[in-house]
Design a protein around this ligand. Structure first.
Ligand code: NAD
Length: 365
């Protein structure tokens, strides 16, 4: 039985991981620590919040005393670190928060874990600090370059990826210098339920439903490897169970897609859903108009993001071979599930988008 501290567990991937974990390991104790920034949403944890094994703590990973207390009070043996500022565009306009949370926050967690797990009367056997990172630390690829492996040199290009790279190095150093049991996963772009609507896939779905333009950066030919979020949780699970400490593991979906093709695929899927389920036209009257004239006509090319990386692609051979990892979803099956989730969870994304969630949360805390 494990006792987990999950940082950033009210965010997109963290919440999906908590659902995955609590379903698969119901005897484990799960404590979520989350600052509930604009990207965190306590409603993402509605289905587990009343379970006896679950605790939610509203707080910041930069708060050293809080982290130390949580590790001691809940006898945490496994820390899974998702909390981060995660949106590249926001890192370009305001890097400060990225430096603070992604670098200083990670350092703070490492410092607290070392103090509680290594520096007490005895070392806590079997402890684990798992750090969730990104393939963006490796930089960018041309169309013909081989995919990133765990041996690829770091070459981050945005303040976001640079801050994640710095945190990866700190995690590594805490293993080599102090012997902390760490593992790091570097994964590709995730998609699935609870994805904040500012990101490409949910933005496209919700914009079609509102008959709004579908903005595409530059020529839309940027290529990303897409990973269904539950497959990411599964990969982390395997690393926690069987990964070697001190190692990095790439987790990929084996699904390289150009942004423009993603947008076209989603447009078709939404159109198909409206044919299969005519009641959608009543629920989303604006989309009805868009669909009548072909949703692809909503595509609008906008100025490219400064320093926009051309292609990311993950070579997950090490994780596949060593841990028998294989994603369960293809892009086609995962994106169909995702479109369906957004069509059936309008209340969730409306509350995030119209600010009612933000006002509600301000009243709660
Ligand atoms: P997200 O932005 O949806 O969620 C981040 C969560 O962290 C939010 O709940 C937020 O409230 C919380 N948080 C932010 N600052 C905090 C702080 N100082 N203290 C405590 N909590 C804080 O992000 P996500 O997409 O779920 O990403 C999770 C992790 O996975 C991040 O570390 C990110 O770098 C990494 N990652 C994401 C992707 C992706 O496609 N989304 C891909 C690769 C890696």
């Amino acid at each position: 039985m494990k006792k987990l501290l999950v940082t950033g567990g009210a965010g997109f991937i963290g919440a999906n991981f908590v659902h995955y974990w609590m379903k698969k390991y119901p005897a484990d104790k799960v404590v979520v620590l989350d600052a509930l920034t604009y990207a965190g949403n306590i409603a993402n944890l509605d289905s587990v919040k009343d379970e006896a094994k679950f605790t939610f703590v509203h707080g910041n990973i930069c708060d050293h005393a809080l982290i130390e207390n949580l590790l001691v009070e809940h006898e945490i043996d496994t820390l899974v670190h998702f909390a981060a500022e995660s949106h590249v565009d926001r890192s370009i306009t305001g890097p400060d928060a990225f430096i603070k949370t992604n670098i200083m926050g990670t350092y703070n967690l490492l410092k607290a874990a070392k103090k509680v797990w290594l520096d007490g009367e005895s070392i806590l056997e079997g402890h684990r600090f798992h750090h969730v990172s990104t393939d963006e630390v490796y930089g960018t690829l041309s169309l013909t370059d081989p995919a990133f492996t765990e041996e690829t040199a770091y070459a981050p290009n945005s303040p976001y990826s640079a801050s994640k790279a710095a945190s990866d190095h700190l995690v590594r150093a805490y293993h080599h210098t102090y012997g902390l049991n760490v593992t790091t996963s570097n994964c590709s772009n995730n998609y699935g339920p609870f994805h904040f609507p500012e990101k490409l896939i949910p933005l496209v779905i919700t914009n079609i439903l509102h008959d709004k333009n579908l903005p595409i950066y530059g020529d839309g030919q940027q290529i990303r490897d897409w990973l269904y979020v539950e497959d990411h949780a599964y990969g982390i699970d395997l690393i926690l169970q069987n990964g070697r400490v001190g190692e990095n593991y790439n987790i990929g979906g084996d699904n390289e897609w150009a942004n423009i093709d993603i947008v076209k695929t989603i447009s078709k899927l939404v159109e198909q859903e409206f044919v299969i389920n005519p009641s959608l036209a009543t629920r989303f009257p604006n989309a009805k108009a868009a669909i009548a004239q072909n949703t692809e006509s909503l595509i609008t090319y906008v100025n490219d993001r400064p320093g926009h990386d051309r292609r990311y692609a993950i070579d997950a051979t090490k994780t596949n071979n060593e841990l028998s990892y294989k994603p369960k979803e293809t892009f086609e099956s995962g994106i169909a599930k995702t479109v369906s989730w957004y069509l059936n969870n309008e209340k969730w994304w409306q509350s995030v988008m119209d600010g009612s969630y933000q006002s509600w949360i301000a009243e709660q805390y």
